[in-house]
Design a protein around this ligand. Structure first.
Ligand code: GCB
Length: 608
């Protein structure tokens, strides 16, 4: 499914704005069959939870309804047209007037429906979207719903970020010609100074008398190569590579042409393509054949009021801050981010580890924190083959959406699954095989948590890179950096000697209250966060296989109300939720931007 685009052959109408909104009542009353009153109105895109001043909406479990009217332009009589949702978290059911037209599960990937046969050009219809935020053992991410004595329902989940819900990304109405391009896949190779783009173009039906024209342009708009085949390769002599910190994007223009009149453009689609290679070799992570050292963060799509609502101002500002700090990369913790984020990363040479929403497949961690007895994570009654099927679908949709982005260099299949529990290998192995089949070009990882140490772990041999989340000095050896330093080093070395694969420290850090200062190693103070980072960096510089460091987290973010050990959210950001720097930012800037900073991976320093 291609991201919709506007050009001479296609029109694109944004359906963002203010919609009518309602919570589902206790009885099913089919609100899509009539007008939802405007007493509650809501902006799209935005999560609905923090928009209103009502706990019942914030903590609502179940269906909500979004509604607005939509008119199909009269001029679209020769076109096909679609409604497209960039995301509905976690399930979206779409009604055009009274008809259910599409039902999609998975809160962070797009879906669309062709409504050409249902609504005539010039006609206005009632568009209702029912959105469900329930998490069960069979959803990704998983969770569990408890019914309270008064009949209210409460959502429990194992992940450490608020279950923001609703239409947090854009909604579109768009047209395409009757015969149109509906898929493009590219893979890039480099041989010496020659680049090669393998491409495969899909159309919605046979092209018959129509013809294809595939043209490749460089950044100056000069034609580099052209062909008429649907599938093949385009060579680029003296290729300009897409490099971390020095992005270069060719434009692949795919066109369907008519013969009569000759060469009239029936449809067109343009895809930016960055030519680069990615490979794991020994204990190194290679981009374009050169060792790459990851500097950056785990992030969240999380801002005040909007929740997970995509906001281009925050997005650009976050990239500016990352650049200022010297970050060359980030992980889309813990779900696929809005596609605009990846486009921006492509354009600006930021490297991305792209993660599925499989977070919280671990019943031991929260049980441990709350002092409860853990139930098995992988069992017929908890994460089972249905969870695995939902996880497989999440992987299919992630790879389908993001496979053409040069910024994406690795797939992260899960965050902190219970990788030392029995059943995990049976659960994960088929998912690894599926991802490799879908995309043989990118390495795979999952983020490992502390309890599954190198001895106990059952699955790391299946993956290419060891991504470790570790909180020495915070959850382990709290306040004691003298003990934390050798502890962290021993831990990393145990992975290095067992697997000899590249290691990325995908999480490390400390909760920090902005403005709290203290001498000595006082947890929660700004100084302590800075000290933990410095301690960790000394260790990374000593352990040969460490090829990257992602601080947890870029910014403070909201967490579930049930996590009473968090005070208005997780405070491990090096920026506050409104993006003000804490002292630790200076430690990172020094290390990541100054020549004396990183001991290895000089390649990661910015080139532009
Ligand atoms: C982790 C999780 C992350 C949490 C973090 C923390 O290991 O991957 O989602 O927010 O720890 O702060 O505890």
């Amino acid at each position: 499914m291609l991201k919709p685009q506007q050009n001479a052959a296609r029109e694109l109408v944004s359906l963002d704005g203010i919609w009518n909104f309602a919570l589902a009542g206790p009885e099913p009353n089919e609100p899509w069959t009539r007008q939802i009153p405007p007493s509650l109105q809501i902006p799209v895109p935005a999560s609905y939870n923090d928009i209103f001043v009502d706990r019942k909406i914030r903590d609502h479990v179940g269906w909500v309804y979004y509604q607005r009217s939509v008119t199909v332009p009269r001029s679209w009589s020769d076109q096909r047209y679609f409604i497209r949702f960039d995301a509905a978290t976690h399930q979206g059911r779409v009604y055009a007037d009274n008809a259910l037209v599409v039902d999609h599960i998975g809160g962070y990937t797009p879906f669309e429906v062709d409504i050409t046969e249902l609504v005539k050009p010039g006609q206005t219809f009632r568009l209702t979207v029912a959105v469900n935020n329930e998490l069960t053992w069979h959803t990704i991410p998983p969770g569990k719903i408890e019914t309270l004595e008064n009949g209210d329902r409460k959502q429990h989940y194992q992940h450490d970020f608020f279950n923001y819900s609703g239409l947090a990304r854009s909604v579109w109405l768009y047209s395409v010609p009757k015969t149109f391009i509906n898929a493009i896949a590219v893979k890039t190779h480099v041989d010496g100074t020659t680049g090669k783009i393998d491409f495969d173009i899909g159309s919605n039906g046979p092209l018959d008398e129509l013809q294809l024209r595939i043209s490749l342009f460089d950044e100056e708009g000069e034609l580099v190569n052209q062909t008429s085949s649907q599938k093949g390769s385009l060579e680029i002599p003296s290729v300009h590579l897409w490099q971390p910190g020095a992005a270069y994007l060719y434009q692949l223009r795919a066109e369907i042409l008519s013969q009569d009149p000759a060469d009239d453009v029936v449809d067109a689609y343009e895809l930016p393509v960055g030519v680069r290679t990615v490979k794991v070799s020994g204990n190194q992570f290679l981009i374009n054949g050169e060792p790459f050292y990851f500097t950056g963060f785990g992030k969240h799509e999380d801002t005040p009021i909007r929740g997970k609502g995509h906001d281009p101002a925050y997005m650009v500002h976050d990239f500016q801050l990352m650049r200022w700090v010297g970050a060359n990369s980030f992980r889309t913790t813990h779900y696929p981010y809005a596609e605009e984020v990846l486009e921006y990363a492509d354009r600006h040479g930021i490297v991305v580890i792209d993660e599925t929403a499989a977070v919280g497949l671990n019943l031991a961690i929260v049980a441990g924190v709350l002092g409860l007895k853990a139930t098995p994570t992988f069992s017929p009654d908890t994460m089972n083959h249905q969870t695995q099927a939902a996880h497989a679908q999440a992987i299919r949709e992630l790879v389908a959406r993001d496979k053409n982005h040069p910024s994406v260099v690795m797939w992260a299949l899960a965050n902190e699954p219970s990788s030392s529990e029995s059943g995990v290998r049976e659960y994960m192995e088929p998912l690894v095989a599926l991802t490799r089949e879908l995309d043989p070009t990118r390495p795979l990882c999952f983020a490992n948590e502390n309890q599954a140490n190198a001895q106990a772990d059952y699955i790391s041999d299946l993956f290419d890179v060891l991504c470790l989340n570790r909180y020495y000095g915070w959850y382990i050896n709290t306040g004691n950096l003298e003990a934390a330093e050798p502890g962290l080093e021993k831990d990393l070395r145990s992975w290095q000697s067992k697997y000899d694969k590249p290691i990325i420290m995908t999480e490390y850090g400390a909760d920090t209250l902005a403005g709290l200062h203290a001498v000595g190693d006082v947890p929660w103070s700004e100084e302590y966060q800075a000290n933990i980072l410095e301690m960790s960096h000394r260790v990374f510089d000593r352990v040969e296989n460490v090829v990257g460091e992602h601080v947890w987290n870029f910014a403070d973010f909201q967490t579930p109300s049930t996590f009473i050990f968090r005070v208005d959210g997780n405070k491990k950001g090096v920026f506050t939720r409104d993006r003000r720097p804490k002292s630790a930012v200076q430690v990172l800037r020094k290390r990541w931007t100054e020549p004396s900073g990183l001991k290895k991976g000089q390649y990661s320093t910015r080139k532009q």
